[in-house]
Design a protein around this ligand. Structure first.
Ligand SMILES: NC(=O)c1ccc[n+]([C@@H]2O[C@H](COP(=O)([O-])OP(=O)(O)OC[C@H]3O[C@@H](n4cnc5c(N)ncnc54)[C@H](O)[C@@H]3O)[C@@H](O)[C@H]2O)c1
Ligand SMILES: [Fe+2]
Length: 360
């Protein structure tokens, strides 16, 4: 039996932000980070809501913590918005979701992603950091009412952000495709998202802005897939390593994904092979298709000028060795582990950590 539910209205294309004016808001709160406050986009978005009264909450920092969410919650309680617009990447969207959740606000929630990666605009999750650990908050009420995918916001994406968030899409699609909750509908979304992101990321990274909307849509489709199917060990480890070492989330996925393919390959090799063939990576025999998929991911990582291990990402190998027990425990306790196609053993997690640590 497969159940599929989305419930978020998706408005997509150049100029889609204009649809904010259709929501009839009286009091709008725009939640964003300093980048969009300083470049004036947040104010422009607030004005597009048509609300008589609007405010900005623009303190969001990457990987938002509980303190920030608490400050934002107090702001929602004070201001009493009837519309909350989250403008930014996964961090701004997750912080805004937590603010709405903890304040008990009944405001309409609109997510406007400015990165193409997290998929938070269609998911029931918000990831909050606390004391060096990333905690996924999961609740149906966290799912945005509206997601606006406006290509006009993507023209000036920095290359490193295209690479990092791009590997988040690939990891979402690949993990959702192999997850225990996968079904025919999530498979279709994950497969299409993986193929589009894999094909278009090099051009986007090289500066071709015409492909960015399809990568943006791929991020949302991968989000719809993993919101229903679940994720896996790559994300469980990306969460625990991200909490401990503050490397961008998508960059951690890029480092981890090939090692996780090896770990899960014996159980879901046929699914990886299907995905490889769909992406044009050939291989009539599953083992060859899987090898091609892994090689393609490693090559793409190089094309996008990404690190191959934690040491290259600036994490001291000695520190990884020192924290590896705690990192492994946090990964094994992460909800993403529950939908990994095989139940990972502690030894398997340790082996992946050893593989990705690198040399100082
Ligand atoms: N809720 C979910 O379902 C979900 C899923 C995956 C990841 N996440 C979370 O999302 C976060 C990562 O999100 P992200 O990768 O979107 O990055 P991010 O939101 O952390 O943003 C990274 C940086 O990019 C800047 N930025 C954003 N858009 C920009 C643009 N258009 N131009 C220039 N700079 C821009 C931001 O100002 C910020 O400094 C992590 O905390 C991760 O845990 C959440
Ligand atoms: Fe992710």
């Amino acid at each position: 039996m497969e159940r599929f539910e989305c419930g978020t209205r998706i408005v997509s294309g150049a100029g889609a932000l204009a649809s904010l004016g259709e929501l009839g808001a009286g009091r709008a709160l725009v939640v964003t980070d300093p980048f969009f406050r300083d470049n004036g986009v947040a104010e422009q978005v607030a004005k597009q809501t048509g609300a008589q009264c609007w405010e900005l909450f623009s303190q969001v920092a990457p990987d938002p913590g509980l303190d920030l969410a608490a400050a934002g919650t107090a702001r929602v309680r004070d201001f009493q918005p009837d519309l909350i617009v989250a403008l930014g990447g996964g961090s701004a969207m997750d912080c805004a979701k937590a603010m709405k959740y903890f304040s008990g606000s009944g405001a309409t929630f609109v997510a406007v992603p400015t990165t193409s990666g997290s998929g938070s605009e269609v998911t029931d999750f918000a990831i909050l950091s606390h004391a060096g650990v990333k905690h996924p908050l999961v609740d149906r009420s966290l799912r945005p009412d509206v997601a606006i995918l406006d290509s006009d916001l993507l023209g000036k994406l920095p290359r490193s952000l295209i690479a990092d968030s791009g590997f988040d899409i690939l990891a979402h699609a690949l993990e959702a495709y192999a997850a225990t909750g996968a079904g025919a509908i999530t498979d279709a979304l994950a497969r299409d998202a993986f193929c589009a992101a894999y094909a278009k990321l090099p051009a986007s990274f090289a500066g071709d802005t015409t492909v960015r909307q399809s990568v943006h849509l791929a991020a949302t489709m991968a989000g719809m897939a993993f919101a229903q199917a679940g994720l896996g060990l790559c994300h469980a480890l990306a969460h625990s390593l991200g909490g401990a070492f503050h490397v961008p989330h998508g960059r951690l996925n890029a480092i981890l994904l090939p090692a996780v393919l090896d770990c899960n390959g014996s159980a879901v090799g046929h699914k990886y092979a299907e995905l490889a063939r769909a992406a044009g990576l050939g291989g009539s025999v599953d083992t060859i298709a899987i090898r091609n998929l892994k090689t393609a991911l490693v090559r793409l990582r190089r094309t996008l000028e990404m690190p191959e291990n934690l040491a290259q990402a600036g994490v001291d190998p000695g520190e990884v060795r020192q924290k590896r027990e705690a990192v492994a425990s946090a990964a094994l306790a992460d909800p993403c582990c529950a939908t990994n196609p095989v139940k990972p053993t502690r030894q398997a997690v340790m082996d992946i950590l050893d593989t990705v640590t690198g040399h100082g």
